[in-house]
Each structure stands twice: as structure tokens, then as C-alpha cells.
Design a protein around this ligand. Structure first.
Ligand code: MLT
Length: 308
């Protein structure tokens, strides 16, 4: 049997429509291939893997590349492709969901309703009690601080403005002529500290690098407004969990909404922790797969290196 021209090792489930772009007459695609030419990955941690010397490219169906040993690969001359922006709308929608869940006390209200006995005598009274106990506040008129004005940050800003929020944005790297379009109503802050002390909601959209590790920490979390809501849909290490727990316990922080389950915080009633769901929509998974598969093909078939 004729050997396929290229072998692509797939480490995670990748959208079918993306994989269909690798024609079977030229590509062998699977999770148990030896001597692969390329690796297609989503969230699998590749730092501890022995990456075969035959691998000439790695494609990550997502924006962040911190599950890949990018430096070691670049020393081997192996490009790492990713899909910046391809799942941004999905992340934006979950950030808005998190803000609304917190503002309207939905997690507590749901737990309360789940605990009601359907056979109880005075259901009307219980509903009335719940209505009082879980009254919330509206997003309109609140200030949202955004740290990181890449595509997700810009989309969140746009949606928040449409909901009637004031938006304060900070990004040390992006100038006014950002690649993504930042709505003109966004006020630019001069520092993370300014965002933390000025906003009722603060959402973080930065990659995890040395400069962003523990960006929100024990020293600055106390400068946030009392009752503020902190949202972290970027990476776990960007926020110091112990600082969050302490701030929740002294009732300074109103809520912590994050996209990572966390042993210390999971069971706190003021934490909404999700299992990294930001990019988990049909649409985002497909967009990411299509973007990186096209880059991979362009590289394997024509030697072009785009966006690595
Ligand atoms: C990303 O970096 O875009 C996300 O981690 C994607 C994902 O959840 O796969």
C-alpha cells in the first residue's frame, strides 16, 4: 500500500470539519501514528511528551500555546501554529454569562430551588423568601475593567458597552491602533492598578507569561472595589488563588468567576468555576480546527509558515 504523503498525529478530539480538510489520499490522520510529520493538539499537555524527531510542525486548535514546549520546538526549527481569535466569540459569550450569573446570584438561587421539597406545604412563601434573598443588580451603569485588549477583550468591551456598561481597558502592548477593533467608548487605563481600583467587574484576557503570573495577587486584590467581581477566562496562574480565597473570606471580593476547576476555590459559594468551557462551542471548535489545519497544510505542502 502506498504510504500517505503526510502523517498527522491527533492528540485531542478535533472538529470533524477541520479534519476533513486533510484529504485521505495525502494524509494519514490518527491518534496512534508512528513517525508523524505533524501533531494536531487542543489541550493535551505536551511538555512531558517525547515529541518524535520526525515532527516538523505542531498545530494547536486554540489561541494559547502554553501546553506546548514552544521554545524547545523553535530550537528544533519546528513551527507551532495556533488560532488567535478563532474562538473569541465563544469566550466573550461565556464571560458575559459569568458576569450575569454573578450579578443576579444565579448559582445560589439555583441551589436554593434544587433544595426545595416539591411536596412542601408553603411553596409560595419559599419562593417569596428566595426572591428577597437573591435580589441582584444590573450590569447597565456598572464599570467593567478589561486587562488585555486582544480579540476577546475587544469583543467583551463591545458587548459590555451595548449592555450599558462603562468600559475601562488596559493593555501594555496594544496601542490605540490595535489589530482588533476597540470600541471608541472604551476609556484607556494607564495600568493594571488603575483598572483594579476603578471597576466593579474586572475581566482578564492576557496570556500566562512571566509578566502576567499572579497579576492579581495578595498585594493588589485589596485595592479592588468592595464587592467587585473578578473574572478569569485566561489562564489559572494569572490570578493568585490564595489571595482570591482570602479576599472572598473577608467579603471584600464579591465573586470570582473562572474557567478552571480549582481545589481551593471550587466549593466556595462565591466562586463560579467552570471546566475550561470558554472555547467549547461547536462553532469555536470548528473555527479553530479550520484555521490551524489550513496553516498546517500550507506548511507541509508548500513550506509556508503563517502565524506561528
Ligand atoms: C485557548 O487557548 O484558546 C483555549 O484554551 C482553547 C481550548 O479550550 O481548547
Amino acid at each position: 500500500m502506498e504510504r500517505s504523503q503526510f502523517k498527522v498525529l491527533v492528540l485531542n478530539q478535533i472538529s470533524e470539519n477541520g479534519l476533513k480538510r486533510l484529504p485521505t489520499e495525502r494524509y494519514a490522520v490518527g491518534k496512534d501514528l508512528s513517525e508523524p510529520d505533524a501533531v494536531l493538539v487542543r489541550s493535551a499537555d505536551m511538555h512531558s511528551l517525547d515529541i518524535p524527531p520526525t515532527v516538523r510542525a505542531i498545530a494547536r486548535a486554540g489561541a494559547g500555546t502554553n501546553n506546548i514546549p514552544v521554545k524547545a520546538m523553535s530550537q528544533r526549527g519546528v513551527p507551532v501554529f495556533n488560532a488567535p481569535g478563532a474562538n473569541a466569540n465563544a469566550v466573550k459569550e461565556l464571560v458575559l454569562t459569568g458576569m450575569l450569573l454573578a450579578a443576579r446570584n444565579v448559582p445560589q438561587a439555583l441551589r436554593f430551588v434544587h433544595g426545595l421539597d416539591p411536596a412542601m406545604a408553603d411553596m409560595d412563601k419559599a419562593v417569596e423568601d428566595g426572591k428577597k434573598a437573591f435580589a441582584g443588580f444590573e450590569l447597565a451603569g456598572q464599570t467593567l475593567g478589561i486587562v488585555g485588549l486582544g480579540k476577546v477583550g475587544c469583543l467583551v468591551a463591545d458587548a459590555a458597552i451595548k449592555l450599558g456598561m462603562q468600559v475601562l481597558g488596559y493593555d501594555p502592548e496594544i496601542t490605540v491602533d490595535a489589530a482588533w477593533s476597540l470600541p471608541s467608548q472604551v476609556k484607556r487605563a494607564g495600568s493594571v492598578s488603575e483598572v483594579l481600583r476603578s471597576a466593579n467587574f474586572v475581566t482578564l484576557h492576557v496570556p500566562l507569561v512571566d509578566a502576567t503570573r499572579d497579576l492579581v495577587n495578595a498585594d493588589n486584590i485589596g485595592t479592588m472595589k468592595p464587592g467587585a467581581v473578578l473574572l478569569n477566562f485566561s489562564r489559572e496562574g494569572v490570578v493568585n488563588d490564595k489571595a482570591v480565597l482570602a479576599a472572598l473570606e473577608r467579603r471584600h471580593l464579591g465573586w470570582y468567576v473562572c474557567d478552571f476547576p480549582n481545589g481551593v476555590l471550587n466549593h466556595n459559594e462565591r466562586v463560579i468555576a467552570l471546566p475550561h468551557l470558554g472555547a467549547s462551542t461547536r462553532e469555536a471548535e470548528e473555527n479553530c480546527a479550520l484555521m490551524v489545519v489550513d496553516q498546517l497544510r500550507d506548511f507541509l505542502e508548500h513550506g509556508n509558515v503563517a502565524n506561528s
